[in-house]
Design a protein around this ligand. Structure first.
Ligand code: ARG
Length: 455
């Protein structure tokens, strides 16, 4: 394909380091679409004849069928997907195939193919995120009154509902979805027609090809068009952040499913057994979702490192972009699908959650708030009073609402019987009615908000 000035063949290791067909065959569909748009435009502009463009289009369609049917042979001697398709086209259509590469280079070709691929990956990720959100909202709907301990520092802090906890992840995922959508929109400019780096003297119409491929328009600078890969980095960074969120939820699922917590049960569908310990029920899917973050962040770091210090315009370093993105996208697709499955599969154990919520005096803040409201004390003083009552409860070995009123009054004489009304988990949950709070009335509003948006 490019051997005109060459005499000797490549060293074996040259071929080994140069070849990319083993992984860039994943760009076949995009490459065919780009070529069709290109040759159609060449014919419209009178750069190739109508008959030639039709022969080329027919050949490209035949190749598309061969690839779909698995009969296409990808050959390492042709380096990459672009040359593999072009050489097969020459076999199918004859010498006219040589006209396809007029006014184009593999540099703008690969940049176009890859943008199309990553644009689709953004869409897929958005859809995957949506599936996880839906599963979490369904859990929330069933559990606005299911009380669990809310933690800070992994210490019991205040009671929250399981619904509220699930919706926290729905919020994170919404931002992930919007990052994929932003990235997808920003990358939607066509490099095609930038040619090798400087543009082309042929009277091409880049607006036409951009439109045919669903781009918003052509990229404005030919050097930038062939050498930019920040679109891939944006995808990888959004993927990294999203996988970090999935990893946090996965970690909670691992904890919750352990007998020490017993907050949820996962079905056989999302657990595995141990080959030695018959009693085991391991949350492997959650653990693997948690682990995928390493691979995805690794891809982001790897590609950023490839890009840094690269002088304009194209250099073969850029060929290293694809494996990183493919690996990260595959890992993310899997992680999102597994998490959507698990989020729907979790069976919360409301009693276990409640028992855990009773430990660690989680309504101590409610007691302090009560002292502020009923006795008009400054919060700092109320905090001190509640702390002394917690100390007393600890000494007696009872929960806050089991401390005798007399003991409480020895700390603060102003306290009366109705203090007990604020000390239950339910009262605490119901009282947190500030916007964004865990009270069931507020959480139900949030569920309605998400129900509407996620359809
Ligand atoms: N396989 C190459 C890549 O992925 C295609 C572009 C090759 N261009 C070149 N001038 N050698 O980047």
């Amino acid at each position: 394909m490019w051997g005109g000035r060459f005499q000797g063949g490549p060293a074996e290791v040259m071929e080994a380091i140069n070849v990319s067909i083993d992984f860039d065959k994943r760009l076949a569909a995009q490459d065919l679409a780009g070529s069709k748009a290109h040759v159609t435009m060449l014919a419209r502009q009178g750069i190739v004849s109508k008959a030639d463009s039709e022969a080329i289009l027919q050949g490209l369609d035949a190749i598309g069928r061969e690839i779909a049917e698995g009969t296409f042979t990808f050959k390492r001697e042709f380096e990459d997907i672009h040359l593999n398709i072009e050489s097969r086209l020459a076999e199918l259509a004859g010498p006219v195939a040589g006209r396809l590469h007029t006014a184009r280079s593999r540099n703008d070709q690969v940049a176009t193919d890859f943008r199309l691929w990553v644009r689709e990956a953004c869409e897929r990720a958005r859809h995957g995120v949506l599936m996880v959100q839906k599963a979490l909202v369904a859990q929330a709907e069933a559990h606005t009154e299911t009380i669990m301990p809310g933690f800070t520092h992994m210490q019991p802090a205040q009671p929250v509902s399981f619904a509220h906890h699930c919706l926290a992840y729905v919020e994170m995922l919404a931002r992930d979805g919007s990052r994929f959508s932003d990235a997808g929109q920003r990358m939607n400019e066509s490099p095609l027609g930038a040619a090798a780096l400087a543009g082309t003297p042929f009277p091409i119409d880049r607006h036409q090809t951009a439109q045919a491929l669903g781009f918003d328009g052509p990229a404005r600078n030919s050097l930038d068009a062939v050498s930019a890969r920040d679109f891939a980095l944006e995808f990888l960074s959004a993927a990294t952040i999203c996988s970090m969120h999935l990893s946090r939820l996965a970690e909670e699922i691992v904890l919750w499913a352990s007998p020490a917590y017993g907050f949820i049960r996962l079905s056989d569908a999302y657990t595995t057994g141990s080959s030695i310990m018959p009693q085991k029920r391991n949350p492997d899917a959650a653990e693997l979702v948690r682990a995928k973050t390493g691979r995805i962040l690794g891809s982001f770091v790897a590609l950023t490192t490839v890009m840094k210090g690269l002088a304009l315009a194209y250099a073969k370093d850029l060929q290293e972009d694809k494996e990183q993105v493919f690996a990260a996208a595959d890992a993310l697709d899997l992680a999102l699908a597994a998490m959507a499955g698990m989020a729907g599969d979790m069976k919360p154990d409301a009693d276990a959650m409640k028992r855990a919520a009773e430990k660690g005096f989680p309504t101590a803040t409610d007691l302090a708030d009560y002292v502020v409201t009923k006795l008009g004390k400054p919060f700092r003083e109320a905090h001190h009073i509640a702390g002394a009552i917690v100390k007393r409860a600890e000494a007696l070995g009872v929960a806050l609402d089991q401390v005798p009123l007399a003991d409480m009054r020895s700390v603060e004489p102003g306290l009366t019987e109705d203090v007990f009304k604020v000390l239950s988990l339910e009262a605490s949950l119901n009282s947190r009615t500030s916007f964004g709070g865990t009270a069931p009335v507020r959480v139900r509003e949030q569920i309605a908000f998400w129900r509407e948006r996620l359809t």
